[in-house]
Design a protein around this ligand. Structure first.
Ligand code: G1P
Length: 287
């Protein structure tokens, strides 16, 4: 079984839901407390043993490249002043650990992933949707890689949500369940509530075999007129193993304002330097 060494981060989206905050900065650079969302996703990938981060970017997203680069002036000035540079360590991705490719048109998530096909090559790879903030120890991808070493094939993270919300997501038809692992029998992108096969949604973490790129190559359009990753994955069911992993941890939808605020509050309440102050303030505010 080939190890998961590469991860794709589709980060070309416009982030219109967070305007005007995201007019001049990418939504993936919005911080949860003091780290940008994209940093959490990269840290989660590293924890899972992934070595190469492939960012599918677009115009106006260069702040992400700068974030993972060496900030020469900043680091020089900080070290001259005797400041601790360790806070910047996780932000450094060397040339062998990152690659950037552009998605020139917003043709869908499936198309974004396909843009990375040459860098991914013929090996299984991970995908992270950074606005799905997965918070737990071990991280979501580590839990998935552990499951992958048992069952191989393709894996997606899933979670249960209220039935009336399923139309915003990819939804699975669940098969046999064994602990955190559920067999995936079918997949559909953004179904109508009445057509949804379950309330188990695809929650932004994937381990896929390289054959998915050949399905995406056909550039067939699905829900919303976009090239959907979910449709390409659905085609692989039956010819390759396909499982869902229920993440043991918390998930915050940082693509929505309420989810983003929840993530900030949850992380703040775990940070020893600010937790007491934030808790006291929150209690006071709610009185
Ligand atoms: C994408 C995927 C969908 C998944 C969701 C998770 O949708 O297409 O299958 O459930 O992310 O957030 P999007 O949020 O880009 O519409």
């Amino acid at each position: 079984m080939k190890p998961i060494r590469k991860a794709v981060f589709p980060v070309a989206g416009l982030g219109t839901r967070f305007l005007p905050a995201t007019k001049a900065i990418p939504k993936e650079m919005l911080p949860v407390v003091d780290r940008p969302l994209i940093q959490y996703a990269v840290d989660e990938a590293r924890e899972a043993g992934i070595e190469q981060m492939i960012f599918v970017t677009g115009r106006g997203k260069s702040a992400i490249e700068d974030h993972f680069d060496i900030a020469f002036e900043l680091e020089k000035t900080m070290s001259e002043r005797g400041k601790d540079l360790s806070v910047l360590e996780p932000t450094r991705l060397g040339p062998g650990n990152c690659a950037y490719v552009r998605q020139q048109e917003p043709l869908g998530l499936g198309h974004a992933i396909w843009c990375a096909r040459d860098i991914v090559g013929e090996e299984p790879f991970a995908i992270f949707l950074p606005d799905e903030f997965m918070h737990g120890t071990p991280g979501c991808m580590k839990q998935m890689v552990d499951a992958y070493t048992q069952v191989g094939g393709n894996l997606i993270s899933v979670l249960e949500i209220p039935h009336e919300q399923v139309s915003s997501y990819g939804v699975i038809t669940p098969g046999a369940q064994d602990g955190a692992l559920t067999e995936v029998r079918g997949l559909v992108e953004k179904p109508k509530v009445e057509d949804a096969p379950s309330n188990l949604i695809v929650s932004g973490r994937y381990i896929l075999q390289p054959e998915v790129m050949r399905v995406l190559q056909r550039q067939e359009k699905g829900a919303g007129g976009e090239i959907q990753l979910t449709d390409a994955m659905a085609e692989m069911i039956g010819s390759q193993a396909f499982h869902a992993v229920t993440f043991d941890g918390a998930r915050y939808d940082c693509g929505s304002k309420a989810g983003y605020i929840q993530a900030n509050l949850a992380v703040a309440l775990e940070r020893p330097d600010i937790a007491d102050e934030v808790r006291a303030f929150a209690i006071d505010l709610l009185k």
